[in-house]
Design a protein around this ligand. Structure first.
Ligand code: FES
Length: 377
């Protein structure tokens, strides 16, 4: 028989009254305890969405706002915000006795989650029939009104054209044409706060990185990615894209899912300054961690070196170089060839083992943080 009451001590009343909201434990149950107008109110400390810690959020008017993706629940009733009242978390009776705050777990109202339509990117990943698909991603920046010749773009275009002649379908994405926000560090709030698709993509319909996610996760077999060298590193647009791809990599430690399978990556790196090997190494390292594989000689590059600041000569050199164009065609051929082999299922499917990999659980230590989408209590 259910208990008539189950009062649990959650802490010192004077201390808890100093803050408008606190995440406290009532036995094993997490509670978001708010204090206003001399009174305590208690609702569940576990958000309906991905299990975010509501008590670590913010009080906005009558509502507690989740710190992860900003869902709101009434601080006293647990109801969702107007229009979403049925998406509610449990609310509890709370009182002060003997200088302690007590929460009655037996008074919990029912949790109810209103199902939200999943984002289109969250659909099952199925590679249908068809020829090898190649997406070229340019990470070069320039103004749309006054375009200029980009050596890395030019070689990427040659590679894509060649992929077509090999029977591949191609798509081209220029990051400079997309409006997308920088990664806002959801993973740093909690491992489960970084979701697939990216939390920003799910919340912001105007963010256009969904086109890159669609191409990488659902469409392409080959990623050809070009970058200029900027101060010895890949471009700022490349880095903005890569940071937003945390959500793809994070699915491995947080949900045990590998989103990219049988995907081939290859790179074009050019610049008036040095550091080709470091830029290519960085790109290889990141795409390896996503699960991509690489053809032999997975990048082509060109730089006239540290002392070459005469960029007009660099551009002239690349424009005239049939050898570099031939190199771009060779890169495309190696990548498409490897993808075709993978599509035929030539590689054995290996068990997904995490030992020694990024975010693997160390012996004797807890594995990486809470899993996304955990079921709230
Ligand atoms: S809004 Fe709370 S977990 Fe997403």
């Amino acid at each position: 028989m259910a208990k008539a009451s189950d009062w649990q001590d959650v802490g010192d009343a004077a201390e808890l009254a100093k803050q408008p909201l606190a995440q406290v434990a009532a036995g094993k149950t997490l509670v978001a305890l708010s204090f206003r107008d001399g009174k305590f109110h208690a609702i569940s400390g576990v958000c309906n969405h991905y299990g975010g810690p509501l008590g670590d959020g913010t009080v906005k008017g009558d509502y507690v706002e989740c710190p992860w993706h900003y869902y709101k629940f009434h601080h006293a009733t647990g109801l969702g915000e107007p229009g979403y009242e049925e998406d509610r978390v449990p609310a509890y009776r709370a009182k002060v006795a003997g200088g302690r705050v007590l929460v009655d777990l037996a008074s919990a109202t029912r949790r109810h989650k209103t199902p939200h339509a999943p984002h289109p990117l969250a659909r099952r990943i199925v590679r249908g029939e068809g020829p090898v698909r190649v997406v070229g991603v340019s990470t070069t920046n320039m103004t749309a009104k006054h375009p200029r010749y980009s050596t890395s773009d030019a070689l990427l275009d040659v590679a894509l054209e060649h992929a077509k002649t090999l029977g591949a379908e191609t798509r081209s994405i220029r990051l400079r044409d997309l409006k997308f926000r920088a990664c806002e560090g959801f993973y740093s709030k909690g491992a489960g706060a970084c979701t697939w698709p990216c939390s920003i993509t799910q919340m912001d319909k105007t963010d256009q990185l969904d086109q890159v996610y669609e191409a990488f996760v659902h469409w392409a077999d080959v990623f050809l990615i070009s970058t200029p060298i900027r101060w010895g590193a890949a471009s700022s647009l490349y880095h903005r894209m890569v940071e937003r791809m945390n959500c793809i990599q994070n699915q491995q430690p947080t949900a045990g899912k590998v989103l990219l399978k049988n995907k081939v990556a290859a790179f074009v790196v050019t610049g008036g300054q040095d550091n080709v090997q470091a830029v290519a190494g960085e790109m290889l390292g990141f795409f390896a961690e996503l699960g991509c594989v690489f053809p032999a000689f997975p990048y082509i590059a060109h730089s006239r070196g540290w002392s070459a600041e005469d960029m007009e000569n660099n551009v002239r050199f690349v424009r005239q170089s049939e050898e570099l164009r031939e190199g771009a065609r060779g890169l495309a051929a190696r990548a498409v060839g490897l993808a075709a082999t993978l599509l035929q299922g030539a590689l054995p499917v290996a068990k997904h083992v995490r030992g020694g990999r990024k975010s693997h659980a160390l012996d004797g230590l807890a594995p990486a943080g809470p899993r996304g989408g955990r079921t709230p209590k």
